[in-house]
Write a protein that binds this ligand. Structure first.
Ligand code: SF4
Length: 431
């Protein structure tokens, strides 16, 4: 049976929401850049069949029995953590709505909190029905265009930009919180970024997640000729680069600055500035997971200066109280994001504690979750007789140096690209 209500493995220490439910894949909204749609086509090209999944049965079975099951997901549900609907499909798309909405209703009856990620309601009639039973929640609504004609060529079956702005207003009137995904942030799609920032702010959004477009080579191969034409080969070629193209980086930085200047809390993965982006979520959910942003915020709030040393104990002390205790199947967090690293670890087991997971992440820059991939942190080095050496604490754990001033996104992506090439376990300076 396909597993669609799962731990949110890929977003550990990024999002405070630790579970995700993607009911039916692939999504019918038809966005040309969608990683899930292109990933499904890639799978079908390799294996001869689509991995199209209907997870409603698995989700309903788990919701019926989560008080008794001995799985990570059941434990997280029992502990009262929220579920994100959805990361890999849109719950209100035509393909999902009839299966997803009853599951949301069931979760609400079970008092399981829900956070949303959507482009809006494909069937406008669904909105009053859903808002009638839902508790106030946090919604992430993506809007990445100025003009709806262009939007309709790239996000073929998604609601119009006007509908999405009206949805933000309606959600706010009903006591929900909204952040917007200016994601992907593409200069050709957003020639007037200030106009969009003002529109989303006026509609009531409180935060913005800004991220450049990225496409892998295998995703690019799955684009059909007409899709390639709509996206343009020039954009596709830029999106495949490991280090972002100057034009994309410029647009990304401009959009981030405009959001900040207009009072939106901003988030981009790896950012080193203080941000209240995830606090918007925490208003609605009493139990959440820790985020790397929490640690960055702590460093700023304590007034740490450039070069100040931070230790694993500092990190652990902040993160650990958010997390469940005991041995659970947490190894999948590393399996999902760093398969190439864990396959070399002798006697690997998936079952250990979140505290052990935090230590592994701190100690290994090749894990995508490593703090060293953040703009504000790098491994602390001291000059030794044989050159630079890592500074370690009394337990042998590497220390990090904090930098309150952003190092520049281009430098960060260059450092991360270097880490990707590392041949063996070793801690190197990154952020
Ligand atoms: S709405 Fe989201 S999940 Fe659906 S096709 Fe578009 S990007 Fe993919």
């Amino acid at each position: 049976m396909s597993q669609q209500l799962t731990a949110y493995y890929g977003e550990f220490l990024i999002s405070p929401i630790p579970l995700e439910l993607s009911v039916i894949e692939p999504c019918s909204m038809g966005c040309l850049y969608c990683f899930a749609v292109l990933g499904d086509r890639h799978h079908a090209a390799k294996s001869g069949k689509s991995k199209a999944r209907n997870g409603s049965k698995q989700a309903v079975n788990l919701l019926a029995d989560y008080q008794n099951r001995n799985t990570l997901e059941a434990q997280l549900l029992r502990d009262g953590y929220p579920v994100l609907i959805s990361n890999r499909t849109d719950p209100f798309s035509l393909s999902n709505r009839t299966a997803a909405i009853p599951i949301m209703r069931l979760m609400t009856e079970l008092e399981i909190p829900i956070a949303f990620q959507t482009k809006g309601f494909s069937r406008p009639d669904d909105m009053p029905e859903v808002l009638e039973f839902l508790k106030p929640s946090c919604w992430y609504i993506s809007i990445a265009f100025n003009d709806d004609d262009l939007r309709a060529k790239i996000e073929l079956g998604a609601p119009s930009l006007g509908d999405r702005l009206r949805l933000i207003e309606t959600l706010r009137e009903h006591g929900h919180s909204v952040v917007v995904g200016i994601n992907p942030c593409v200069p050709e799609w957003l020639p007037r970024p200030l106009e969009l920032v003002r529109q989303i702010k006026a509609a009531g959004a409180e935060g913005a997640w800004v991220q450049c477009l990225h496409l892998s080579s295998s995703q690019e191969k799955q684009l059909k000729p007409r899709e390639r034409e709509s996206l343009t080969q020039a954009l596709i070629d830029r999106a495949k680069k490991k280090q972002y193209d100057p034009a994309d980086l410029e647009c990304f930085k401009t959009v981030r600055s405009l959001c900040q200047e207009n009072g939106l809390e901003v988030y981009s993965s790896g950012q080193g500035c203080r941000s209240g982006f995830w606090e918007i979520y925490r208003r609605h959910y009493p139990k959440t997971f820790p985020t790397m942003q929490d640690f960055i915020n702590l460093c700023h709030d304590e007034g740490l200066e450039k070069g100040a040393i931070v230790t694993f104990d500092d990190f652990h002390e902040l993160m650990s109280p958010f997390l469940p205790e005991g041995e659970l199947s947490v190894g999948h967090y590393l399996g999902a994001t760093a398969h190439n690293v864990i396959r070399d670890i002798p006697n690997w087991t998936n079952r250990f504690t979140y505290d052990a997971l935090l230590a592994m992440i701190w100690d290994e820059p090749r894990y995508k979750l490593s703090p060293a991939r953040c703009e504000a942190l790098s491994y602390a080095l001291a000059e030794g007789e044989d050159g630079n050496a890592l500074i370690v604490d009394e337990n042998g754990m590497p220390c990090m140096a904090f930098n309150p001033e952003p190092c520049g996104w281009g430098d960060l992506y260059e450092a991360i690209a270097m880490i990707e090439e590392l041949p063996e376990l070793s801690a190197l300076e990154a952020g």
